[in-house]
Write a protein that binds this ligand. Sequence first.
Ligand code: PMT
Length: 425
Amino acid sequence: MTMKKSSKKRDSKFGFDSFNPLENKTVLLGISGGIAAYKACDIASMLRHAGADVHAVLTPNAKEFITPLSLTTITRNQAHCEQYGAQANWRPEHIDLAKKADLILIAPATADLIAKLAAGICDDLLTTMVLASPAKVMIAPAMNPVMLQHPATKHNLSILENRYRYDVIPPEYGEVACGDWGTGKMASVDTIIAAVAARLLAHLTLSTKRLLVTAGGTREPIDPVRFIGNRSSGKMGIAMADAAHGRGADVTLVSTVDVERAYPVIVVETAQEMQDAVESEFDGCDALVMTAAVADFRPLTTSNHKIKKTDSEDLVLELTKNPDIIDLLGRVKRKDQVIIGFAAESEALLSNATQKLKRKNLDVIVGNDISVPDIGFGSDDNAVIILNSDGAKESLPRMPKRAIAEHLCDLLAERFQAIEKTPVH
Ligand code: PMT
C-alpha cells in the first residue's frame, strides 16, 4: 500500500489544517476603542486566510485607532460602523449578519464595552449586534492593569464568564500602551486565533448525539422550611452540559439549579423528582452523565408544618433510602448507550471509585477528592481521575470544570466512534 502525501498541512500552532479549516464559518470581528485595535488587522487577515468569512464591526471609538477602509480591504467585506443611516433593504443587513454569525469575536474588548455587554446596553452597532445574535461571543479584554483590577471591571467580567454565551480570552502580562506593566495586554494574535479555531472546530464532534446531564445537589424536605442537602453548586454539571451543547449535541439538563440556557433544563428538587426526569429521558439518549450529588437518604415523612422547638433536647429524624438512579439505569442500559458517573470521595479515591464503576455497571467514572481544599464542591476548578470500564485510567490535574467537561466530551466522542464500529449481531 502506498501512502499519499496529504495536500493539507497540519498547522501545529493552531491545531488545524492550514488549508481553509474555517471555510463556511462566518465570524463577526468586533473592535472597540483601545490601542490594541491595531492588531485587529492581523486577526482579520489570519481568520480570512484560514477560510473564514470575516465581517468587521467597529465602535465609534475604534475608528479613532483604525480605519474601516483597512478592515474592508483585509476582510474583503464592507466594514460596519454606523448604527443609523441610509440602507438599501427594509431589513438592516447587520441584523442578518448578526443572526448568521457562527461566532462573534471582540478584540480588543475595552472596560467600557465589557460593562455594556454585562448590562445589556446596546447604544452602538456592535453592542446591538451582540444582543441581536444567538452566536457564541469570545472577548479578548485589553486595558490598563489598574482598570482590569477595578472591582467594577472584575464584576462585569465575572458576569460574562458566568453567562453561557461568553468565553473570555484572558489578557496577558506585559507593558501596556501607557508604559505601565501588569496584566491587561490583549492576548497575542496567535493565542486569539487558536482559541477561535478551537471553538469553531470543536463543535461538530457530538453533533448527532443526545446527551442527558444531571447537575446540583438534591434537597430532601424535612418540613416546609428545612431540608437535607449537600454542597453541590451544579457548576460541574452545567459545564458538562454547556460543553456538549457547544459541540453540537442535543442536550437535556436535569438540574436542581435553575439556569437559563439554549437547551432544555428540567429543574428538580428531590432525588425522586430527579429519578422521574432522568428515567423519562433515558431511553432517547445516547449518553447519561450524572454529575449530580443525589442524597442517598430522605426523611421517611415530611411534616406539612414547620417542626416546633420542644422541651426535648433531641429531635429524631427517621430516614429511608433513596433510589440509586444511576445504578438502576446501569442495569438496563443498551449497548449503544454510555453512562458516566461521578464519585466524590474524601478518602481512598481510587479504590472507592473503582468499586462504584463496577457495582453500578458504568462505562466511566470520574472521581474527585473532595478533601482537597478549593476544588470539587462549589469551586470553579476540579482535579479528577477518570476510570474506564476497559481498565484505562487517567488523571487530570487541577483545571476549570469546563476544561474537564471538554475532556469528557472528547472521551464520549471516542466511545461513540468505537460503538459505531462495533458490528451489530
Ligand atoms: O456541583 P459542583 O459544586 O460543581 O460539584 C461537583 C461534584 C463534586 C458534586 C461532582 O464533581 C461529583 O463528584 N458528583 C458526584 C457526587 C456524589 O455524590 O457521588 P456518589 O458517590 O454519591 O454517587 C456516585 C454516582 O451515583 C454519581 O454519579 C451520582 O450522581 C449517582 N447517584 C448517587 C446516589 C443516588 N441515589 N443516585 C445516583 O444516581
